[in-house]
Write a protein that binds this ligand. Structure first.
Ligand SMILES: C[S@@+](CC[C@H](N)C(=O)[O-])C[C@H]1O[C@@H](n2cnc3c(N)ncnc32)[C@H](O)[C@@H]1O
Length: 238
């Protein structure tokens, strides 16, 4: 279910400091995210250092409290993307990658949608993988935790059915390499809903994926990109 735009800023619950924090994160990530979607800028070592420092080293131990500050809304955009992927591919998704897993929030969320899939959770920081492993202890699905850079995933070409990337480096060229024919990427930003259309257009501009769709959801957005489906094993978007 998509939450109406009018709910974006005027939160019904929560104290004013949390509301202000969420509002400021909307502004900050609406500025940062378009740059991360430009491969020439994203690839720079200074950008990558900045992102892994800010999103990992500096906030790593506090990341769960950042998620909590969203008061249940952190997973809304990814939930929409996952529902769309399920609608497209049904239960034919067997290998799911969570790139930049952090606390494992997305892996946990996706395991509910695709309980029979095998999950590979990547993060550049070992400490975050430890958090993810602890948080996903109660999940029955097979999950492998691997320390790796999203720009150089230790995966074969055409090996992934669904790749999830939320609030971290969107390396679409690398994602297109590892996704199989008909495979999908769901890219989510939980704060930058204002730039949903721009993000979709930037992903379309790469021409790495046959189909690109997406929308603003609550404070954030999702973009779902699907590779050309030659073998018709995975479904086509409606
Ligand atoms: C803001 S957290 C988001 C975590 C999770 N995706 C979520 O939505 O809750 C970003 C995570 O991406 C990781 N990260 C940053 N740059 C990365 C890179 N180049 N490759 C892999 N992981 C990276 C950070 O270490 C951090 O754990």
């Amino acid at each position: 279910m998509t939450v109406p735009y009018s709910h974006n800023i005027v939160l019904q619950m929560g104290n004013p400091i949390i509301r202000l924090g969420l509002f400021l994160s909307q502004i900050l990530f609406s500025i940062i995210t378009p740059f991360l979607l430009m491969p020439k800028i994203a690839k720079l070592s200074i950008t990558r250092f900045f992102i892994s420092f800010c999103f990992g080293r500096a906030y790593g131990n506090r990341y769960q409290s950042i998620i909590d500050s969203f008061q249940g809304r952190y997973g809304l955009a990814m939930a929409e993307g996952l529902a769309k992927a399920k609608e497209i591919a049904g239960d034919k998704i067997s290998v799911v990658v969570d790139c930049g897993t952090g606390t494992g929030f997305v892996t946990k969320q996706a395991a509910k949608q695709f309980p029979h899939a095998t999950f590979i959770a990547f993060d550049i920081l070992y400490g975050m993988l430890t958090q993810a492993r602890n948080n996903c202890k109660d999940i029955a699905a097979d999950i492998f935790y691997v320390q790796a850079d999203a720009f150089a995933l230790p995966l074969a070409n055409d090996s992934v059915d669904l790749l999830l990337v939320q609030n971290t480096m969107p390396c679409f060229a690398e994602f297109a390499r590892v996704c199989r024919s008909g495979g999908m990427v769901i890219y989510v930003d939980t704060s930058a809903g204002w730039i949903a259309h721009l993000a979709k257009r930037l992903v379309e501009k790469y021409q790495l994926f046959e189909t690109v769709m997406g929308e603003r959801v609550d404070l954030g957005f999702y973009v779902l990109a699907q590779k050309t489906c030659n073998d018709k094993e995975l479904g086509k978007p409606q």
